[in-house]
Design a protein around this ligand. Structure first.
Ligand SMILES: [Mg+2]
Length: 235
């Protein structure tokens, strides 16, 4: 297991160098996101069981170079944790259903996640087998996870990973070892605000739908308009 991690890490380091030279910086050089690895058979969607809270919102988080960075030292594989990671996961789990979607292999990801998420802030984990290979990247197709797109946000350090649903994606800069990094601390208020906006728009959309329903009913010849509908039609 450890050898496999170290071996894949070596390949990743080579690919990072290659990626640095050939890709625009926006695409990041995330360890697991770029590399043209062998794809795994994809399970049938939906990947996640039904949400515990049907009215809740889902936050999909990438792992490598978003929350942690894997490295090796003296032949030992290890990883660093991005500053603010635990606080971020704790705060987000109070607002969202938090799920991890990584293009990394399951063994490696579980090893990292079991260590960084002892309190259990993360509800579900998705791995390389859940990602859709597209050229040199694994795309994280949110339409396959089993959550309504209008209630799902993905945060990833590789913009191409959410290229199927760019409107759902928030790009975060790649993190390797800068302990003065504040990206997660800065992202938390944005996601709190975003949730408030999403709920606001959802309520507004429902109101609009109710109104449209009212109009349609109003136009049906077999239904006589009531005073309430007339009032709605005037607003
Ligand atoms: Mg990444």
């Amino acid at each position: 297991m450890r050898e496999a991690i170290i071996k894949s890490s070596e390949t990743i380091e080579e690919l990072k160098l290659e990626a640095k030279q050939s890709l625009p910086s926006l695409y990041g050089v995330g360890g697991t996101a770029i590399g043209g690895y062998e794809a795994l058979p994809q399970p049938e969607p939906p990947y996640l069981p039904p949400a515990k809270d049907p009215y809740g919102y889902t936050l999909v988080l990438d792992l490598d170079e978003t929350l942690v960075h894997y490295y090796e030292s003296g032949g030992e594989g290890s990883f660093r944790i991005r500053p603010g990671c635990e606080k971020f996961l704790k705060e987000m789990s109070e607002l969202y259903e938090v799920v991890i979607f990584t293009a990394a292999m399951q063994d490696y990801a579980d090893w990292v996640l079991d260590s960084i998420d002892k309190p259990g802030y993360i509800s579900y984990r998705m791995y390389r087998q859940h990602a859709s290979p597209k050229g040199m990247v694994f795309v994280k197709d949110l339409s396959r996870i089993g959550r309504p797109l209008e209630k799902t946000i993905i945060v990833d350090n590789v913009a191409e990973n959410f290229s199927r649903q760019p409107d759902n994606g928030i790009f975060i800069k790649s993190w390797f070892d800068d302990m003065s990094d504040t990206a997660l601390l800065e992202l938390a208020p944005l996601l709190k605000c975003k949730l408030a906006l999403l709920i606001l728009f959802r309520n507004r959309r429902k109101k609009m739908q109710r109104r449209q329903g009212g109009f349609e009913k109003f136009q049906r010849p077999d239904v006589r308009p009531t005073r309430t509908w007339r009032k709605i039609a005037q607003t």
